[in-house]
Design a binder for this molecule. Sequence first.
Ligand code: GLC
Length: 547
Amino acid sequence: MPDISSRDPDWWRQAVVYQVYPRSFADADGDGLGDLKGITQRLAHLATLGVDAVWLSPFYPSELADGGYDIADHRDVDPRLGTLDDFDEMTAEAHRLGLKVVVDIVPNHTSHRHDWFQEALRDGPGSAARDRYVFRAGGGTHGELPPTDWQSVFGGSAWTRVADGEWYLHLFATEQPDLNWDHDEVRADFRATLRFWADRGVDGFRVDVAHALAKDLSEPLRDVGDLEAVGELALHRVPPGSHPYYDRDEVHEIYRDWRRVFDTYSPPRTAVAEAWVPHSRRALYARLDELGQAFNFEYLQTAWDADALRQVITESLAAAQTAGASATWVLSNHDVVRHSSRLVLPPGTDENAWLLSDGRAPSIDRAAGLRRARAATLLMLALPGSSYVYQGEELGLPEVADLPTAVLQDPIWQQTGRVRKGRDGCRVPIPWTTTGPSYGFGAGGAWLPQPPEFASYAVAAQDGTEGSTLELYRAALRLRRKLLDGERLVWADESPEGVLQFARGDGWRCVTNLSGRSVPLPPGEVLLSSAPTEDGRLGPDTTAWLA
Ligand code: GLC
């Protein structure tokens, strides 16, 4: 069993990390928005669940143009969510309960309300303040056209024009101007931010859009043409490192610099990159002299198909090994359709169109979705490396696909001219109790409406209930701690078609049935299964752990 104690420098290698989206987790002051005190009060839930660490999405001062990823001050707490004292209290309580704390660092951009951007607007073209961002003159006869064809990830041009006629770059929302990482002051400021949180006892960092910081800003800026239509998928079509603003080789200098900061602490601070890049390139971010881990979005995007999963698992392990890193696995987060809904969407479904139909075209079978999600989770938790779990998935929460458009907060909705609903459906505040104005989220309402069926998913409804998804997660995490032994995975020599089977260490085997029909269970004692096993058989969409 690995030592998850506070001094072990390798605690992260096989850790299970629970993602809290602070505004939707627990609301202590009843204003409808989750807060730090709410998190502190609910940390016992995470300790009982059996995770090793909690990662908090941003809680910094923000006008919430992008759910908190638009940050006005990277070294403070949004007053609606609490104070730095509340943060310290939360960290102390987490540590007391044996939980590590990971915070989100958002280095690609600031909020337009950040002092630096306000200064840049005031000081005007050519000023030193503008140089911390990416300001340019426009094209066309009078500068009326954006400087390049670059598009925002959230829709529309990535350039917005300011009153004096210059344009600034924002790869995300208009309110999120991109920083210029060629600027020494920008680099120094983020080193200070990392130290600020590490000094407060933070154990690790999740690095937002880690692949976009380094940009080719040499003149003239290059158009990307057709590539724009496919966004980050463009990286599969161009020579590695040649895209003007994604996954450039120079970005790694930044993370090598950060590693020097992390290593001044004991144990060294950890980091995980959010990098939507192909496998082989992702491993570069995870090198031990850089961030150590990178999210495995290829795994998240893999269909519920035995061959595809086996391939992605094999490739992910190999890629992590080349970097000396541990592999990571994730099925849900605050940016994607929850996996209990996503995994039963027919292959090829356009998720944006599905959300726009309020989850009706096609309609999905919730029970089948939950069954599959539970099987997928047990499979994930048996893989060597670190797993990331998103708040609410331990309750089996489905995507809230039918949020009325009037309540949508994600900037994607407006910025795409109302053709993509965005990510609010996975960000609905989670239910703790079966009754109450927001099912125990807080004493008041919730910033996004919770559907009535959330009552049946509440922690209180599942706590101690045999067979509930919450109890399945608890049992799995308990058992995983006991069984963990090295980072080895050995595929079984033979498995029926559509069945994945592998061994971990000596006494632990995992078998997942994706074949659509029941199959005989391999010999051995069933330690845990995602659905009941009967007469020595494993039903469809079921995972079992065996000894
Ligand atoms: C990351 C975050 C996402 C955010 C974006 C811009 O992808 O996960 O929620 O909108 O970065 O900061």
